[in-house]
Design a protein around this ligand. Structure first.
Ligand SMILES: [Fe+2]
Length: 174
């Protein structure tokens, strides 16, 4: 099986991109992007699961909100995988790899009530945000990849907004 080694010094064939990032640094960036890609998939599937199996008085707005979020994540997932390809590496693309790489856990057979669903999704977004905050700094300061750092900053802001949109449904005042 042929695999693409990320981050070489550039070749006449153009097979390995020469982006001015060392092979070692590229491997570091690809590793954190691959883990992010896996976590985004776990959250994507959880959102679809909850979109389908939600019940209760808030069905309408939550059904729509969960769909809005998994549709947004589908775009992010594509962008993350294509960023890995831009760096010259192969993107993980099977469920088995995603489960192995992910830090978020699946909960087969569990269908909580709507408030617990929201709390779980907020917790997932917040875990991804914490990883992104650490990773975007590592991309800039450790791996010399400002492009990925900039991308991850924008992605973190999107997750912060998605977390707030969910959290506002269960927050109480007074
Ligand atoms: Fe649907």
């Amino acid at each position: 099986m042929k695999t693409t080694k990320p981050g070489g010094q550039g070749t006449a064939t153009g097979a390995t991109p020469d982006l001015g990032i060392s092979a070692q640094n590229t491997q570091g960036v690809v590793a954190l992007l691959s883990r992010l890609l896996a976590d985004e998939h776990v959250l994507y599937v959880r959102l679809r699961n909850y979109h389908w199996n939600l019940v209760g008085m808030s069905f309408g707005p939550l059904h729509a909100l969960f769909q809005q979020q998994y549709e947004g994540l589908a775009t992010d997932i594509d962008d993350i995988a294509e960023r890995i390809r831009m760096l010259g590496a192969d993107a993980p693309g099977t469920m088995a790899e995603f489960i192995q790489l992910a830090t978020l856990a699946e909960r087969p057979g569990e269908l909580p009530g709507d408030r617990t669903m929201i709390a779980q999704l907020v917790s997932d977004h917040e875990a991804i945000i914490r990883h992104l905050r650490r990773d975007l700094r590592a991309c800039d300061e450790q791996y010399d990849d400002m492009g990925t750092s900039d991308y991850l900053t924008t992605l973190m802001e999107q997750h912060e907004k998605m977390a707030w949109l969910l959290r506002a449904h269960i927050d109480q005042r007074g």
